[in-house]
Design a protein around this ligand. Sequence first.
Ligand SMILES: Cc1cc2nc3c(=O)[nH]c(=O)nc-3n(C[C@H](O)[C@H](O)[C@H](O)COP(=O)(O)O)c2cc1C
Length: 207
Amino acid sequence: MNKLLYIQASPRNERSNSTDVANTYIKTFKAAAETNSVSTLNVWDMNLPEFDGDRLNAKYSFLHGQNPSDAEAAAWQEIVFIAEQFKAADRYLFSVPMWNFSIPYKLKHFIDVITQPGLTFSFSPETGFQGLVTGKPVTAIYSRGGEYNNDEAKGMDFQKPYLEMALGFIGFSDINSILIEPTFADPDSVSHAISTAKDLATTLANK
Ligand SMILES: Cc1cc2nc3c(=O)[nH]c(=O)nc-3n(C[C@H](O)[C@H](O)[C@H](O)COP(=O)(O)O)c2cc1C
């Protein structure tokens, strides 16, 4: 049994370039073995909890080695559920549009919910921060209207570097990337970008 968790971050559904390439990955992965299974979390359909009040205070209690109050502990349970659901997979796939040089805010919200002490990372003064989601591969598909994979523009890319840093912080080290760029261009350039991305998705899904 090999369980893939797919985090879908574009709200454009069948019009989405990143979802289109993710579907190629998923189709290949499912065909590779009968025991391969896929769960999808569409961050636009999730009712993600607000991360303030008792939930936020619970995080600070854990970080400072203190016990949360009963109200904080109760509020924290919703965070635990989502983080444990995330950790239950064997491998991961993210489809991520670039929004204003970074990631869509719903995906940032999801990352803020799952990046938690005692759940996806640990901290001690002796060892510092350590990620707890280890030994699992992840593939992230990045679509962007412009082109950022060059010396001139790469400093404006806060999408891929941010997600890779956030994933690395919680323990991922086998991080694979698929770029779809440019998607704001002439039809030939766009279809070349998509087919190149689908080829790489097929290769990575069979890995
Ligand atoms: C709110 C919003 C912000 C965007 N910001 C950028 C941007 O900063 N840079 C860029 O190159 N493209 C930007 N785009 C274009 C998208 O990255 C591009 O259309 C991409 O292919 C979307 O992926 P999707 O088709 O999977 O949704 C933006 C699109 C939207 C809707």
